[in-house]
Design a protein around this ligand. Sequence first.
Ligand SMILES: Nc1nc2c(ncn2[C@@H]2O[C@H](COP(=O)(O)OP(=O)(O)OP(=O)(O)O)[C@@H](O)[C@H]2O)c(=O)[nH]1
Ligand SMILES: [Mg+2]
Length: 501
Amino acid sequence: MTTVMTSLDDTIAAVATPWGEGGIGVVRVSGPEAVRVGERVFHSPSGVRLAEMTTHTCHVGMIQLCGEPVDQVVATVMREPRSYTGQDTVEFSGHGGMVPLRRILEACLQAGARLAEPGEFTLRAFVNGKMDLAQAEAVADVIRAKTDQALTAALHQLEGHLSEAIRRLRQDLLELLAHLEVGLDHSDEDHPFLDREALLHRCTEVQHALERLLGTTRTGRLYREGLKVAIVGKPNVGKSSLMNVLLREERAIVTPIPGTTRDVLEEGLNLRGIPLVILDTAGMRAHSQDPIEQLGMERTRRVLEQTEAVLFVLDTSVPLTEEDRRVAELLNGKPTIVVLNKADLPACWPPQALDALMQRSPSPPPSPTRGEGKTSRPPPSPPTGGRGKGEGGRRSIPAVRISTIRREGIDQLEEALWHSVMGGTIAPHDGVLVTNVRHQDALRRAQDALQRASTAASQEAFEECVALELRNALDALGEIIGATTTEDFLQAIFSTFCIGK
Ligand SMILES: Nc1nc2c(ncn2[C@@H]2O[C@H](COP(=O)(O)OP(=O)(O)OP(=O)(O)O)[C@@H](O)[C@H]2O)c(=O)[nH]1
Ligand SMILES: [Mg+2]
């Protein structure tokens, strides 16, 4: 982190609302000189000076730059410590256009403010003790939430529920350490020392609490980060049509000409509160000579590497071909749902053909749950994708029969996708939810350190060894709330924020 960013001595300014056109746009100024900077640029018709304004009041006035009017604004003054950053803050709400906002900002910079770094207002809030690190991270999550559930989870973290859970666990560890240290310091005097049984018991309790928190990470991360789902298949099977039906809008071009989609199309979708990113891909051809199509297919291969789940589209109205097999082989064990499209047309191949096709896929997908018998099967009788028995524990891949043209089977497909994504279960999210991979990593390290502490204690190792591991666990937990941090670490976190937050 640059020293500029950690310094609280200067006054920073930035446009806090998105660039574009809107009813209002806000320029935020914060720091010890915020009121003075504001006073230099703000002129109220009533003659009220910004420095005289009572805290948490607003006044209408004009921003001037080099004596020229720039925009009419409402100025709000929030004096320290009762502001977002904990420092004096002035916010100018101007007209939400790029030019007026740029000029208001320019006026503030000329009046002595410095342009804020990304996330610098929130960094100041953290440094000034307005919020801890997990709460500061939640601010970015609230802004980026794509679904109601993601927002609920982020707000929960912003309110400090995760931080509270972490603090309690740290408190438990601190007490254990205190016991150990008393024991260590007075080891010659036979000081009453927390016996190993009790120590082990309390370590295990903390470990269980960590396990419970870690158990929420899958759900938590799904809410926060969402999931990438690729639609793949050979040309003309209806991948783009499926994308459009799922999005309920004509996003992708659909034509009867094979090879219509050349690039990867990406679009967000809310699946029962889980943000999904759906990727429509170019049809995979076994031997395409067209260089553009080859590039498209190369991209599809890369997309498959990055996505967590796959919708593998087959056209049931035409025979299966080598191209379908090639795609099946690329799936490489990804959680997959086979989408049997064009169910409105007569079926051209028997269900067993699907079994044969999917058997060539290198490894089985992890247990997607079939939707309580709701998953459709292709005609005339269900293809099971059913390689569950007698095949070395291979599990069946769900297959859903749809017609994008008639919009049939889409609910069932969404149901299957939901089960595939959530593994059929979803942790209740009214409790503490770990949504962030950084927190997950710290919890794991704390867990490992406690495991080593328990092992050391049970092997009657020196108390110093146990204490060392307890301290490691404490530090790892401290990273979550920012009790133990480094400058680089803060830089890495806050640089992902937007400017003005
Ligand atoms: N009968 C019928 N035709 C369909 C259905 N879904 C798609 N089609 C038609 O199939 C053709 C190809 O559809 P697309 O969605 O462009 O197929 P694609 O897999 O994206 O094709 P590429 O981008 O070329 O790989 C179009 O003419 C669609 O109208 C369906 O459910 N039933
Ligand atoms: Mg297409």
